[in-house]
Design a protein around this ligand. Sequence first.
Ligand code: GDP
Ligand code: MG
Length: 376
Amino acid sequence: IPPIKVKDFAEEVGMQANTLLKDLMGLGIMGNINYSLDEETLELLIDELDLPAKIAAPEEEEDFTCDGSKVKVDFEEDPADYRLRSPIVTVMGHVDHGKTTLLDMIRKTRVTESEAGGITQHIGAYQAISGDQKITFIDTPGHEAFTAMRARGAQLTDIAILVVAADDGIMPQTVEAINHAKAADIPLIVAVNKIDKPNAQPDRVKQELTEHGLVPEEWGGKTICVEISALKGENIDELMEMVLLVAEMEDIKANPNRPAEGVIIEAELDKGRGAVATVLVKNGSLKVGDPILAGSVCGRVKALVDEHGNRIDVAGPAMPVEVLGFNDVPKAGDFVQVLEDEKRAREISEERQEKEHQARIQTESKVTLEDFYDQI
Ligand code: GDP
Ligand code: MG
């Protein structure tokens, strides 16, 4: 990265130059707005300020990075092993437009109860059946999870369903969701919801969509719109068919014969079972006994539990599964992967922990210096 002046860098990251100068002081550097920041200082600053790495980080050629992204794993795979996998879908939209109602309706009516386990459990995601195909729904709607995942570079979803209430139209969080999907380059299907309501105006919603660059198919555009009632269960089949149609066009593939890669959807410390994390496998197969790494947490898969509460030995692509065996609670949104052996997983996790620790110390010392600065 070429050197950059403090004032220019401040402008680029949208900060006050003065604030940046204070941060520099925190790093022991006295500068002015024309001070030239070299690569090393920039890296320190970016860590310190918790800025997205993309601003300055060059392409990593290292074996692994400490920001929790993918680690290179030594294995061979046959491209011929790739086959279509179920799409992973997120439901987004403005508050009260019906996201939870839709997810509940699909779960209630499109998830087959397993013979052994019976009742499905809430593990953060579930697989629904449409015809003879499966669709994986992420059960935790909302932008935060989505944003967190994107910030960590983990592209979790393949398709987004944007729920827009036909009696309310496009609202601020609808626009946010549209922007998220655009930024992540994820195809979007619009579910115009609450059409059972007497004051529903689906055409008004479509008009408003057009104003945001989403022209409905029936108006000659590319955006698939399905008019539904999540509450009454109307047109849910059509919506699911559209998801599968888009999935087919996207040609979403995975190789079940390779070590697993996935994302942590949720994680908690369970009194009896220790750290329990729900992992959504995106590629490969996760097996009992696999050495795993998720951010700065590692372990060996002790047990896998599916959404019906059944113990399983293998979780294939697009399958959400509870994983036991992490040595600590991983963070939602963290990338998970199987490594060659536990030793390497432990080494990388320790290195990442150390880095997190250093970052904390730096923040603390910065606070002290700033306090001092404010006093004089
Ligand atoms: P969320 O905030 O997007 O998760 O919205 P909810 O699913 O919690 O729904 C908000 C409210 O709208 C609840 O009272 C739902 O019962 C209601 N609702 C959701 N979908 C429909 C629908 O299709 N028709 C009608 N009439 N009400 C709905
Ligand atoms: Mg909700």
